[in-house]
Design a binder for this molecule. Structure first.
Ligand code: FDP
Length: 341
C-alpha cells in the first residue's frame, strides 16, 4: 500500500546494528547522532535564538570561537561523556584532550570538529561536524596516545553537513560509505544513499580551493590549478569554504578539493585527527584518492600520517583519480617521485 508514512524506516541505528555486534559501538554512534541532532536544532534556530557572533574566546586553532562553536562543542562533549563508552575526547575547540571521568569511561576515543566551517555560520552557509573513532590500545585506560596513531587505526569516521537538508555520511574501516538524511518529522537519520562512490569517470570537472593563497603555493600546485582553468574542457571553480560541504560535493559530483601546504603554512591548514583522517577514510572508501601533495619532502597518503600532537595539521588533496593525477603529473615534471594511482 502506498502511503506517505514509512512503516519500515531504515534508520541509522538499525543500519549500525545490522553492521556490528559491538553494543558499545551502537551506543557510541547513537550518541554521535544525538549530538548532531542537537547541533541541527541550534544551527537552524541560530538567528531567532541569537546565536550568531563571537563567544569572546579563542580556540585551540587560534580562531575566534563563535557562540555556535561553543554550544555545539558542549553538546558533543556531554553526549559522548554520558554515553559511557568513551575514555578520551579530542575537540577542535579544546586545547587539551578531555579525559572522561572513570564512572563514565569506556573503550572508545573520539576526535571531532563539532562545527566545521564556522566562518560561514553568521551568513547561514553550510557548516558541518566531522568525527573519527579509535579504540583504546590494549591495557590502556585512555590517554592521548590512543589517538596519536596513523589513520590505519581509525575504526570509523563520519561527517554531517547542515544545509538545505541535514545529511550524515559514515563508514566503518574497510566498509562502504553510506548517507543518512535527517527526517525532521520523526527526528531520525534515515538511510538515503547506499554505497556512495565517486563518479567512475571522474564526474564534473570542478576544482575547489582557496585561490587567495595561490601566490604561496609551490609551482606544481600553481601549474595544476592553471591546467584546470585552461584545459581543453576547462574546469569550473566551486569553493564553499566549509570543508564538509566541499568534500560532500566532491564525492557526489566529482572533481578535486585542495588545501595544500604552502610557503606560509608548511603543514597546510586542516587538522589531521578530526579533518584529514576521517575525510581521507571516507574518500578512499568511496573510491577516491586522499593525498597530502608534497609534505615533509614527499607525497603521502593522508591515512599513513601519524599525528605528533592532537591538533597536528596536514595538507589535503582529495578527489577522483582523474584529477589527482593532474596534480601528480605536475610534481613528476618537477622531478618528484609520485605514487602511481
Ligand atoms: P573554518 O576556518 O571556517 O572553520 O577547518 C577549518 C575550515 O573552516 C574548513 O572547514 C574550511 O574548508 C577551511 O577552514 C577554509 O579555510 P580558508 O578560509 O583559509 O579558505
Amino acid at each position: 500500500m502506498s502511503s506517505k508514512f514509512d512503516s519500515n524506516a531504515a534508520t541509522l541505528s538499525r543500519f549500525v546494528m545490522s553492521q556490528t555486534n559491538d553494543h558499545d559501538l551502537v551506543i557510541l554512534l547513537n550518541a554521535l547522532a544525538i549530538s548532531c541532532k542537537l547541533i541541527t536544532s541550534a544551527v537552524q534556530r541560530a538567528g531567532v535564538a541569537k546565536l550568531y557572533g563571537l563567544a569572546g574566546e579563542v580556540n585551540s586553532t587560534g580562531d575566534d570561537q563563535k557562540k555556535l562553536d561553543v554550544l555545539s562543542n558542549d553538546m558533543m562533549i556531554n553526549a559522548l561523556i554520558h554515553s559511557g563508552v568513551c575514555s578520551v575526547l579530542v575537540s577542535e575547540e579544546n586545547e587539551e584532550p578531555i579525559i572522561v571521568p572513570p564512572a563514565y569511561s569506556g573503550k572508545f576515543c573520539v576526535a571531532f570538529d563539532p562545527l566545521d566551517g564556522s566562518s560561514n555560520i553568521d551568513c547561514n552557509v553550510s557548516v558541518g561536524t566531522i568525527f573519527s573513532v579509535y579504540e583504546r590500545k590494549p591495557g590502556s585506560h585512555g590517554s592521548v596516545d590512543d589517538l596519536l596513531r596513523s589513520g590505519a587505526h581509525c575504526i570509523c569516521a563520519g561527517y554531517v553537513v547542515y544545509s538545505s537538508a541535514v545529511e550524515l555520511v559514515f563508514t566503518f574501516r574497510g566498509g562502504d560509505v553510506h548517507g543518512f538524511c535527517l527526517d525532521s518529522t520523526i527526528g531520525e537519520f534515515v538511510h538515503t544513499r547506499e554505497k556512495m562512490m565517486f563518479p567512475a569517470d571522474g564526474g564534473k570537472r570542478i576544482y575547489s580551493c582557496n585561490e587567495g593563497n595561490a601566490v604561496h603555493w609551490d609551482d606544481p600546485i600553481q601549474e595544476a590549478v592553471e591546467h584546470f582553468k585552461t584545459a581543453e574542457q576547462p574546469y569550473t571553480a566551486r569553493y564553499v569554504g566549509s570543508m564538509v560541504a566541499d568534500i560532500h560535493r566532491t564525492i557526489l559530483y566529482g572533481g578535486i578539493y585542495l588545501y595544500p601546504a604552502d610557503a606560509k603554512a608548511k603543514k597546510g591548514k586542516l587538522r589531521l585527527l578530526y579533518e584529514g583522517i576521517p575525510m581521507a577514510m571516507i574518500i578512499e572508501q568511496a573510491g577516491g584518492i586522499a593525498s597530502t601533495g608534497m609534505f615533509e619532502g614527499k607525497i603521502q597518503r593522508v591515512l599513513d600520517l601519524t599525528p605528533n600532537e592532537i591538533h597536528a595539521k596536514c595538507p589535503i588533496i582529495m578527489g577522483g583519480k582523474r584529477d589527482v593525477q593532474v596534480v601528480y603529473d605536475q610534481y613528476a615534471k618537477h622531478g618528484v617521485n609520485v605514487p602511481s594511482l
